[in-house]
Write a protein that binds this ligand. Structure first.
Ligand code: SAM
Length: 232
């Protein structure tokens, strides 16, 4: 079944963007996933198709109106079980486990914010998950939506060359991934760790696990603590 994505945006031309290339682009051509873009502007008011207004209570910037977003959602939202996601720095911080959950579903519907964001009342009328891609502020939800889609699409069946590639990589096991090396075995004064040339698959697997644990412990103590907690 095709993984279906719908996007509601003020900048339709930003899609598929970089997802038109490489793995995701090929998967799009092969119809492993499909993309429908809905222009929020079409639901705007008046001659200028206005979608936003000034915030009540004052302050900088503009806010996307709830009635406009609602009209667009009612006209385009999924009739199946796909989640409606609003990309927002105030959302739940995206984790690989969320990506896996979205990728194993039927797809998702993305709302991309702009300006100061959207009128809060939209979350009272609709069931919308707020998702953040990190603790920093982007100028719009489009790059965040593309990033989330990229993370999901590469997990769809048949998209990655080897189904194993997704199983061992960072976060899937709760650890950061072990380091990789390729040819040449000796480069300047830098040699590949000998164990990787040994052909001893058991020893290589143990070395990689140790390295993954070490990297996680050193670089991401938060991940390391929860990995250790989950093993108890
Ligand atoms: N005033 C908002 C705040 O401080 O929370 C920021 C609005 S931002 C300039 C415009 C839009 O970019 C947001 O509505 C959201 O859709 C998107 N955006 C910005 N940062 C994001 C992030 N870290 N994750 C996901 N979406 C983000």
């Amino acid at each position: 079944m095709t993984w279906q994505v719908d996007v509601l945006t003020l900048f339709p031309e930003m899609f598929p963007g970089f997802l038109g290339y490489s793995l995701a682009g090929r998967a799009l051509e092969d119809q492993r996933w499909s993309l429908r873009i809905h222009a929020l502007r079409e639901f705007g008011l008046g001659r200028h198709k206005a979608v936003d207004d000034t915030p009540f209570g004052g302050g900088a910037g503009m806010v996307i109106r709830a009635d406009i977003l609602d009209a667009a959602l009612e006209a385009t939202k999924p009739q199946d079980n796909r989640p409606i996601l609003y990309l927002s720095p105030k959302g739940r911080l995206l984790q690989q486990t969320d990506v896996m959950r979205y990728a194993s579903g039927q797809g998702a519907y993305f709302i991309c914010g702009r300006y100061e964001g959207v009128d809060e009342r939209i979350f009272q009328k609709h069931i919308i998950e707020e998702v953040s891609i990190g603790d920093y502020v982007l100028s719009g939800g489009e790059p965040a939506a593309l990033i989330l889609m990229d993370a999901c699409v590469r997990l769809l069946p048949g998209v990655m060359g080897s189904d194993q590639s997704g199983v061992e990589e960072s976060f899937s096991s709760g650890l950061l991934e072990y380091p990789h090396y390729t040819k040449p075995a000796q480069w300047h004064e830098y040699a590949v760790p000998e164990i990787l040339l040994s052909g001893n698959h058991g020893a290589i697997a143990s070395w990689r696990k140790e390295q993954a644990e070490l990297a996680t412990k050193q670089r991401r103590p938060d991940l390391w603590e929860s990995y250790r907690g989950n093993r108890k």
